[in-house]
Design a protein around this ligand. Sequence first.
Ligand code: SF4
Length: 654
Amino acid sequence: MTSYAYMGKVLWVDLSGGRIRAEKVDPAIFRKLLSGMGLAAWYLYRRIPAGADPLGPENILGFVSGLLTGTGSLFTGRWMVVGKSPLTGTWGDANCGGNFAPAIKQCGYDAIFFTGVSHRPVYLYADGGKAEIRDASHLWGRDTIETEHWLIRHHKGKKRPRVACIGPAGEKLSLIAGISNDRGRLAARSGLGAVMGSKKLKAVVLAGSRRVKAARPGIMKQLSSKCNQDTRWQPPFVSSDMMARLGSLMRALPAQPMTDGLLYKIMLRKWGTVSMNQASIEMGDAPVRNWDGCNLDFPAELSGAIGADAITRPVKAKYFCYSCPLGCGGMMPSVIDPQREIHRPEYETTMALGPLLMNNDAASIFYLNDLLNRAGMDTISAGGAVAMAMECFQNGLLTKSQTDGLELTWGNRQAIVALVEKMIRREGVGDLFADGASKAAARIGSGAPEYAICAGGQSLGMHDSRFDPGFAIHYALEPSPGKHTVGSQLYYEMFGLWHALETLPFPGLVYFKGSKYKANKVKAVMAAACSCYMNVLNGAGACLFGAFLGIERLPVFKWLNAATGWQLENERYMDIGRRVQSLRQLFNVRQGIAPAKIRISRRALGDPPQRQGANKGRRVPLQALRRLYWKEMGWDPDTGIPTASTCKRLGIEP
Ligand code: SF4
């Protein structure tokens, strides 16, 4: 039987025994869970035993492609790495663009799963004909860019190989290590680079050339052509200094206009994610001085030095992920090795190494971005750890004698760089912070945990939940806590799902800002819709920024039907998203995690509220929102565990 959109096979690589086998996937699983996050949830829930050590042989590390990847759809080149997170102990996942996602399918697989632990450094080579474990001893210790270059040169053939690899951070089991592909793009969150390091798996090299079939290629083409037109429209009027003024205006208004993602697309296309740097600080979206400061502490006179134009100036060429018509990336010369090109820092990186540390020196951010990408270390978590160290230093919990002489004062760029370099090498005080803010705080003790701005042990993304309480829900309640890439009020508005699902509420063209801070059923419905939809996007391999265009411009449900030949209604796709979310939650429960015990930093909830600035006086009623959200998901409102009737309705075993 011809399979459309999916390859119908996964590869299992047992690194302890050196065995490789392909396993057929029942087509019903794709229909029930899609690929990507859903396929991963299917296997990890069943096959990682309760209580497994995330850095031990029982953990499974999966590299998963999306159902729409390679089908002729657009914005669908994202891959996921999945496993039990050593950072949070929960379900772990991270997502990345580039060209690695199609390479998994071109080798004939929807996913590649690694079990066991190798006794020596190895890499996997697969080209669709063969799959082999090869020696990587000579690559151990090399950074991600050197490793990728060596592997591409060594495997030069008809087909350019695609590489995902770890750097020194993953090798040294830093719990904030990620996995790199396409010259330093990082699947950064959840610490899965450490899982790869624990397995002594240096890299995955893929050089297949199989094709993915779509059931209705004509319809795929029509849908993609329309999406392409919507993406390309670009007015010429925007200038960078307008962004700070826009942010100040948004802050001053008592009411908020609903955000259409088309506006964000215009900025994204011009500057990439850094387009929002100054506006976000002004509005109160970007956290300042470890979430204790505010926009007044980092005004436009300071932020201009790390604004969109300043960060974009060195860019020589735009960067497009596979199948992306937008190209939000930018390539610039490496600060460390000017012969090589690297990626422009993203918004998250610039904020985590900028205002979070009171640093407005673009050169140091360029250097740190390059350094962290080469090391394979998450820039958000690294910034969160340095911010925590600085606040400890400010309050006397760390002295110069404990920081190897580093003067960890706010904005001290030399000290920031030195601490990050030490974290990467796990040297001296760097070893204390190499596993992220939460672990370091636990080791320092005293008042330090107050300064670790985390959920479930992972540093929060650079979107202030006091500005948009929707972020608090997802930071705290997602099966993979601390991530900013699932939902918020803003995301809900840009997804525009009410156009495709009539039961979902329209947020209103303009609404009073105060309404965002009220816990009610509408908020829970919107948050649950974001959770479910993100699982659909992550099952399809779709990019979040593409999804910000709105469901009418990024026709994910229609593409899924045309690619697979299914005729599922939009609601059924959201049921799939709910099923995947429930399986991930059940994964956590099986691993001994009580969802009600996952903690988010009080500061991120406005406890105590800020005394000045954009988020002055704001509090997030998370306790009430949590009950409402869990109920909306069909989970017990007290425990957060999916109920028996929900499991039955979704066809999953608790
Ligand atoms: S919008 Fe940016 S991150 Fe998304 S697919 Fe395009 S280039 Fe990649």
